[in-house]
Design a protein around this ligand. Sequence first.
Ligand code: ZN
Length: 320
Amino acid sequence: MAGCPVCSSTSTQIRWRGLRDRLFRTTAERFDVARCEACGAHFLAPIPPLDQLARYYPDDYWVGPSDRQPQRAAQGGLLERYRMFVLRDHVRFARRVLEAQRHRGLQPRVLDVGCGDGSFLEALGEHDMTGMDLSAPAVQAVQARGIRALRGTLTDCPLAGERFSLITAYHFLEHVHPIEPILAAMRSLLAADGDIIVQVPNCDSWQAMLLGRFWAGYDVPRHLIDYSARTLCSTLERCGFTVVATNHHCLRDNPTTLANSIVPRLYPPARMSRPGGNRGFAGALANLTYLGVTLASVPFCIAESLFGRGASVMVHARPR
Ligand SMILES: [Zn+2]
């Protein structure tokens, strides 16, 4: 077996064989997941060729429906209000960094990489913000919010020459490999004295430990590498960053990861990505059940994050 894609250790072994795409069911293929004994990272073994990954992503991955679309106006903006409410951990963490930048005399200029539908940027509400995503529907969704958005990747970047005070990448690094050129590209887009915030699922969380191969945070086959909080921080340090702060509590992501593990068939974005998957009474009942499981997951998620073992970890870091 090949060495660890994170730390290059050869102490790796297959942990689970024949995992399916339980969440989005994009393929009938089976995948093996390996674990590195040295750093604790989990990874697809083998990591598929990068040019073959697109087929594992539904068109509306991380975009989802918007009730700003005329046909959904009947929802009266409920979905948007829910999104803004559950994004408050992301917003609070980022605002603290931006406040410190203002104190240092740095003019905030935010780039969100893998920006999805742009709801984080809208919730953040800064004056100078840019979203970047590989998905054309995502870029359109961000632009529909009146926010600048570009299609591209960090290593094939339409923003060369621009500098940002803060670069955020939520649930992005686990989808890419190798990580070194990605972090180098982030660094080159940062203004002097700038900051980054990255967030990944935490494969060292209580729910990952308890649920093993059924933990939805592995999101096979879209996640190429799953980091623990410790592995992510040591990777950032190795790539020239200093970790300033970490946060394990995340209302948007942690309870839904537990819910997705328990009832993967009810995950609303996955159902909506299938034709007729969210229609009528059955669709409404599935949404309500999913909401119930998510709410019931909240106390456990608060407990694991209090012990530094939350289902996701957000890290604020700065170049050395
Ligand atoms: Zn390793």
